[in-house]
Each structure stands twice: as C-alpha cells, then as structure tokens.
Design a protein around this ligand. Structure first.
Ligand code: SER
Length: 889
C-alpha cells in the first residue's frame, strides 16, 4: 500500500517526467495576494504568471502545495473532526501550464496518471464539465472513452473555478470516484450529490479569464492550466479507505495523540483525536511560516485553531499541555517533504506549549461558566450572546470554540447577541479613549483602527509583499483618492514596512497599484495601524486597491545590521564595564547606531577597544539570530534584558544572539545576548560584517552615549582614516608604523629649536654675546642699566631682566621693548636692594613717560605697557629720577 509520501512523489515524478519543473510549495502566508488570508490552492503562487504580470523560466510546473482553509472565504474549521474529508490543513498536488498546453493535454495527463500510475479502475471514474464546454466533453470521450452519462454537464459555479473575488479563473472539469452502490449518494448535479458515494478527487481548471473588481471578466493573454488534487483524498482512495483520517499519515498522528493522552484512538475520544491531528498540522505549518498567535488577523485564526485543539485535548483529560509533544510525530511524517518544519521545530514546540499553558489557566473556569449557562438552557436553545462574549473576553474562548463546544450538545450561540456585546465594548473603549487626552490628530487613527483592525506586519520575514489599501488620509481627513504629487498617508491590511519604534527608524520604499505609484518616505504607527507616509509619483491610488509593496532593501539591511550590533554592544558593555549598564535609549538608523546607557564615568580608550573587540568576535562567530515568543515573565526567567519602565504585553519577542560559555542565559544557558525586542534583525551575525565604535560622550547626567558604524559604513570610515594616515606619512616621510615616534621626535626637535631661537633673540637684542650691551651707570649709589630693545616682545622682557640682574650682581635695570606698535616696559631690582628700591616704582614712572598707565609686579620685577615708543628717552630719565630720589630718603 503506497504511503501518502509515496503518492506525493509518484505525482511529482509523473509530471517531472512529462516536462514539468518541480517547484517548492510557497509559504502559507500569500505574499502576492492581499485579499487571501492563507494560501488555499496550488495556483496562488502562480497567480501573476497566469495574468502575464510575472514571467518564469519554465512553462510547465508541478507542486505539492501546503494549504490552509480556516478563516476567510474558504473556511473548513467548523466541520473538522466530525467529517471524513474536512481539514484546516491539506496538501494540494497540481500541474500547471502557463500558456503552454491546454485542455487537449491536461485531460490525457490526468487520465494516464490515475488509470496507469495509480491503477484506478476506469469504470470507477466519472467526470463533470462546465455546461457550455463541448470541447472538454469531446476530449474526455476521445481520451477516456467515457460514455455520455459519465460526462456530466454542470451549469453552476461548481464547474467554474475562481480563486477569490478577483484574479484568474475559468471553467473546470472535475474527476470523481465512485465508491460503489453500498454507499448512499447520487452523482454530481443530482439532488443527493452531497452523499458520500461519488467523491471528487481532481479538479482541472482551464484558466482563460481574469475577473476584475468592477465585475468585468476579460480573456487572459494565454490559455493556461491549473489542476488541484487533495493528497489526503487520493491517499484515502489508493489506500482503500473511505475516510481521510484513516490514511497512514493522519492515522499516525491520531495514534500519537492517543498515546500522549493515554486514551483509545477509536473510543469516545475519536473526534478529539481527529481535531488534534488536523490542527497539529495547520498550527505547526503556520508557525513554521512565520504566523504567531495574536488577537488580530492571521494570528487570531492561528490562535483559534490552537485553542480549539487544546479544548479537545482537555476533554481527553489531559492535565498538561499536549500539542507540543506531538510535533516530533508530525516531523517523522512530513519533515522530509517540508524541511521548514525541522528548521522551526523549537519555535513550533515553544509556541504551542506557551499558548496551551496560558490557555489552560482560564479554560477550566471558562468551561465551568459554560456548563453553568447550559444547565439553564432548554434543549435546542441558544447560548445568550452576552455569555459567549464573556467567555471570549474574560476566558479567551474564540466564538467558534464556544460553538464547537455547543455543537456536541446540539446547541447554538446567539451570534447577533455576541456581536452586540462586542460593539458595546468597542463603544466603551472609544469613550474612554476620547477621555484619555490624546490629541485630536490621533482620533483619525483610532477610527481607522476600530474599522479595520491592526495592520498585520509581514516584515520579519519579507521585504516585498502585497497589501490592500484600506484608507487614505490627507490633511488629517480620509480621502477617496490621491493623485500625482500629493502627500498622503496610506493604511493597508498588511505590510512589510517596519513602523518606527524601539529606536529603529521606519522603513521607506515603493508602493504601486494598477493605476499609480507612490514613494513611501516614512512609516510610523498609531493604535496598531501602520501609517505609510507617501508621495504619489505617478497616476493615482485609491482605497480598495491591491498594492505591491517593496521596502528599500539596502536601507533596511543596513538598519538591521545596526540594530543587531546594538544588542551586541549592550552585552559587550555589560561584560566590560559591569552589570550596572542599562539601556537608556538607542537609535538604529541606516547610516549609524547610537546607544545611551547608564554609566557615570567616561569610557576609556582601553575599555572602548575591549568592547569593540568583543562585538567583532561575536560577528565572526556568525551565530544564528533567533526569535521566540514568550510571556515577559518567562523571558526574564531565562535572563532576557528588558527596557526599564517599558510596558510589555502578554507576549513578547525575545531575540537571542551568539554563544558564550557560562552566561546562564537563554534556553541553553549559553546565549550571549538575550533581549526583548520587536525590531528586525540579521539572520546570522556575520551579516553585520564589522562594527567600529566612534566615540563616547556624555548624553546627560550619569548617561553615556556611544556611536558606532557597521558593515560598509564602518569599512568606509576605516578607509578614510587610512587615507588620512597616508597623507600624514607622506608629509613626515615615515611609514605608518613609525609615525608616532617620528612625530614625537619632530615635536622634541621643535621645542629645542624654539628655545634656541628665544635665546638667540635675547642675545641679539642685548647687543650680542654675554659681554655686549649697555653700560651700567651709578645713580644714587645704585648701578643702573637702561636699554631700548627691538625685535623682542613684552613677554621676552622678564627673562632678559633676570639676565641683566645676574650680570650686574647688584643694581637696577630698565628695558623698553620697541615692538613697533605699543611699547612694553619692564624694570628689575636685585634682591639686595629691594628694601630701599622697588621695581614697581621704576616701571610706573617709566610707563607714565611712555604714555601708559599703571604697572605692576613685585619689588624685584615689574612690568607695564606704554603708548609711544618715541618717549623712550623720557622714560629712562623718569626711571633715573626714581633712583636719584631714593638716595635722599
Ligand atoms: N485552483 C483549483 C482548486 O483549488 C485547482 O487547483 O481546486
């Protein structure tokens, strides 16, 4: 009996043999379609190829595509567990032709695979065609030899396939398997077609039209083929089972669930195991593709599926979390075909465990409340909406979980009442928000958030995605269109653009719709709504349009590197300066990073070097950067750094980087850096390339600031430094390695020369040599020398006075520096005479004669300034008068 894994391979091999390129499944979150919640068929990743917008280097492809149908248009959640063929997760096998072959080959391929490779008896098969599609009916007749009664014409949309409200579409032909007369049910198109006898196994779509928003449908440039066959269905058929859950793959998951809960797989817990097996697949694959449980959008669909499964585990009597323990069983079955499961195993297990642990805290009480309510309900009644809302709001019961619980008892929920209670709560939130003193400008974002819900951020995983424009805002008001040259703020249902927060600047990039283009210059957020600040550069853009969104990749890469380097810097600072280091602020821009931290002293050059070296050692270690979702308490328990005073929600992202023995941090006890952070980061530390610390400065009291560069900018900075060094080397004629010695030697030489010049100047000024100079005269019993000097300045005078005094041995000196401008004058008296003669008196007299004022100093040395050097003779005379006067005293 072929396993599901064998059947998948047989299918892909068959089409590969027939010239089809095997293409990997796309992620479950559609990046090229904003109108879809999850990828729900194989053609989604090729949507733009069918419409001719995108070209691939192959014209035939084959895939096994992961699909989720829960939430949104195709929603199978309610029935899963109770029926034979409903799943939230399934695999769709498909073959595709992009303008290559059409009906004439698609039908023979399908027939050959089914009847030869899969060896299904021909007489068990029948087909449907769209009622006007004579061509397809003819081909079936010719190729398969089917009689007319087994080629059924269907006039309804069942045989006209549409992906959604817009996009490529076309008539289809469906292949059915007849399980035999013993099973009730009629052929397709008959009144009892919903019975289980005739089961659709393969849908072949003849893509030939495109449906537009305005209702028009136009022919596609190329006629193409899109087929889809659910692996679980064909698997059941080929394994001789009637129920998809009896296939080898699903059965092994059911048994794992039974084993983990020590219950009978086929006993009273049968439905519970089926729910768990199905939901294990959808939740694990969604988490592997980057969806995290949340209270909005895709994250809420994931949470609903998880909680639904967890209630069923609870009903099996499980006291502890169960789902995460089943992940290894899923990996054994599907890990080889989908390697992303293995890569994300830790994340899947942790996320499931966290959600189940937290939900368990309210599940018991919620179920008690529910039982209480039910005991008061008449049979066949409906649970009041208000009670369902309380279960939702207080106990975390999604509405469909409550409905699922009631279904077993044949009861329903008053959904209108539930919605009324929800609306009332929103009105209260609005009233309290209006009273919270928020600015009027913010009111528009509150309104939009209320109408559209929070924006889904896709930018942890991708920089390119499509989103749907939900609102345009210009000048604080909603607007119906924005034309070329206009500035507008754009809100989308989902976006890869990061909105400024946590020190990381917002993304910039491009947006384009079918009617226009806009440059996104800034992204911010308010009330969970991402606001794209844009300028329309071409045509116009309108609300409701799908928009291709492209983040400026080079800029985002640089921001990412800087943000990751900031985490390394934080940790290296703590290791070098001490554990008191706490982050006080940061900036992660494309061109640099800035980090403010508590520390009272300047960081020394040696400390800076040690920090820089540690950061770069981590970069070279090139460890993976990993993100986990935890409660803030769990995050702190494993040593994560949180921002002081920051408010965190119920769940936080925890980013771990690098490995170092003995840190005691992280799940492995040797994580280097572990921080709560909502920013975007490199995948591996090596991407940072290089980190250079530029400066340490004081930011405010007790807070230091370090600026740094990474990657190419760090390299550019080093190159510039090297150029500067080379220029200096060139000037002083020494290699860089000897520059310091050479410059020091030059400085020493310079100082020696300066001294020598000063000495020579003095000597020159005083007439040259030790013997030269003016004659001393004796006045009033004191030897006196007076001289007018040129070529010296006032500041040279004290040294010259000292020298003259030394030569005189005992006496008084007056020197006038004729500088060309204002003269300077100084007087000196040897120590033996200062008790009867003061240099201050002499200089004052001389300065007065020179037209100056004042004069000051000590009795042995005094200085003053004059105005007119022409009065030098008079100044000398005035000094002589002071000397003469002292004798008479
Ligand atoms: N798109 C079609 C389907 O989902 C065929 O792949 O059924």
């Amino acid at each position: 009996m072929p396993s599901l894994n064998d059947i998948r391979s047989t299918f892909l091999d068959f089409f590969a043999r027939n010239g089809h390129t095997p293409v990997a499944s796309s992620p479950l979150v559609p990046r090229n379609d904003p109108t879809l919640m999850f990828v729900n068929s194989g053609m989604v990743q090729f949507k733009n190829v069918f419409t001719g917008v995108e070209h691939r280097d192959y014209k035939r492809a084959t895939t096994a595509q992961k699909c989720v149908r829960a939430g949104g248009k195709h929603n199978d959640l309610d029935n899963v567990g109770y029926t034979a063929r409903h799943h939230t997760f399934f695999e769709m096998l498909g073959n595709f032709s992009f303008g290559d072959y059409f009906k004439e080959s698609a039908i023979p391929y399908a027939w050959e695979l089914l009847t030869k490779d899969f060896a299904i008896p021909k007489d068990k098969l029948l087909v449907t065609v769209y009622h006007t599609d004579d061509e397809a009916a003819e081909i079936w007749k010719k190729v398969a030899g089917l009689p007319d009664e087994r080629i059924i014409r269907i006039p309804t949309n069942d045989n006209f396939w549409q992906m959604g409200p817009t996009g490529p579409c076309g008539p289809c032909t469906e292949i059915f398997f007849d399980h035999g007369e013993h099973i009730p049910g009629g052929p397709p198109g008959s009144p009892d077609e919903d019975g289980d006898r005739f089961i659709e196994i393969w849908n072949l779509v003849f893509m030939q039209n495109e449906q537009f928003e305005d209702g028009s449908m136009v022919p596609l440039p190329n006629q193409s083929i899109d087929t889809g066959m659910g692996l679980e269905r064909i698997g059941a058929l080929l394994q001789g089972k009637h129920d998809n859950y009896d296939t080898d793959l699903m059965r092994s998951l059911i048994e794992a669930s039974a084993h983990a809960t020590s219950t009978d797989p086929d006993g009273t817990g049968r439905v519970h195991h089926r729910v768990i097996a199905d939901h294990l697949r959808s939740t694990s694959f969604l988490i592997a593709d980057g969806v995290m449980p949340s209270n909005d959008g895709r994250g809420y669909v994931l949470r609903r599926i998880m909680r639904r499964a967890m209630r069923h585990a609870h009903l099996l009597g499980a006291k502890d979390p169960v789902m995460y323990r089943l992940v290894p069983a899923l990996l054994r079955q599907m890990g080889a075909a989908y390697p992303e499961l293995g890569r994300a195993q830790a994340l899947i297990e942790e996320t499931l465990k966290l959600e189940e642990t937290r939900f368990k805290q309210t599940l018991d009480r919620g179920l008690r409340l529910l039982d209480d309510e039910l005991s008061r309900l008449p049979s066949g009644g409906a649970l009041p909406g208000e009670a369902a809302f309380r279960l939702y709001d207080t106990y975390g019961f999604p509405l469909d979980l409550t409905q699922d619980a009631l279904r077993e008892k044949g009861l329903t929920v008053d959904v209108a009442g539930f919605e009324a209670a929800m609306a009332e709560q929103k009105a209260k939130a609005r009233a309290s928000w209006a009273g919270s003193g928020e600015t009027k400008d913010a009111a528009i974002w509150f309104d939009i958030a209320e109408a559209t819900g929070a924006t889904e951020f896709l930018g942890y995983d991708t920089e390119v995605a499509e989103g749907q424009i939900l609102a345009l805002v210009a000048d604080g008001k909603r607007t119906a269109e924005a034309g070329q040259g206009e500035a507008v703020q754009i809100v989308l249902n989902q976006t890869p653009f990061y909105a400024e927060s946590g020190g990381q600047v917002g993304d910039t990039g491009m947006l384009s719709t079918e009617s226009g283009k806009a440059r996104i210059t800034e992204t911010r957020k308010s009330q969970g709504v991402f606001i794209h600040f844009a300028e329309v550069t071409e045509g116009k853009i309108l609300p409701g349009q799908g928009a291709a969104l492209t983040v400026d990749h080079a800029r985002r890469s640089a921001i990412r590197a800087n943000h990751s380097a900031t985490h390394l810097l934080n940790e290296a600072l703590r290791n070098t300066l001490g554990q008191h280091i706490a982050q006080r602020g940061s900036l992660n821009a494309p061109d640099r990073l800035r980090f403010d931290f508590s520390h009272t002293k300047a960081v020394t050059a040696d400390e800076m070097a040690a920090v820089e070296s540690e950061i770069n050692a981590m970069i070279r270690q090139d460890g993976a950067v990993e993100t986990r979702i935890m409660t803030p308490d769990d995050a702190r328990a494993i040593g994560a750094q949180a921002l002081f005073g920051e408010k965190y929600g119920d769940e936080v992202r925890v980013v771990s980087m690098g490995t170092q023995a003995g840190t005691g941090k992280g799940l492995d006890g040797q994580t280097y850096s572990l921080e709560l952070c909502g920013g975007t980061h490199v995948a591996r530390l090596g991407e940072i390339g290089l980190c250079v610390l530029l400066s340490d400065s004081a930011s405010s009291a007790g807070v230091r600031r370090i600026e740094a560069l990474t990657g190419q900018r760090a390299l550019d900075w080093l190159a510039e430094e090297r150029r500067r060094l080379a220029a200096v080397s060139e000037v002083v004629k020494a290699p860089a390695a000897e520059l310091a010695d050479r410059v020091k030697a030059l400085m020493d030489e310079r100082r020696a020369l300066q001294n020598e010049v000063a000495q020579l100047r003095r000597e020159l000024a005083m007439g040259g040599g030790a013997s030269g100079g003016a004659e001393a005269r004796e006045i009033g019993g004191v030897k006196f020398v007076a001289q007018v000097l040129t070529g010296v300045s006032g500041k040279d005078l004290p040294a010259l006075i000292d020298e003259m005094k030394a030569r005189l041995g005992s006496g008084a000196v007056l020197l006038i520096a004729d500088t060309g401008a204002k003269p300077a004058v100084a007087a000196g008296v040897t120590a033996d005479l200062t008790d009867r003669l003061s240099a201050v008196d002499i200089v004052k007299a001389a300065a007065a004669a020179l037209g100056g004022k004042g004069g000051g100093g000590r009795p042995d040395l005094a200085q003053a300034g004059g105005a007119d050097a022409g009065q030098a003779e008079a100044a000398i005379a005035a000094a002589e008068a002071v000397l003469a006067a002292q004798e008479t005293v």
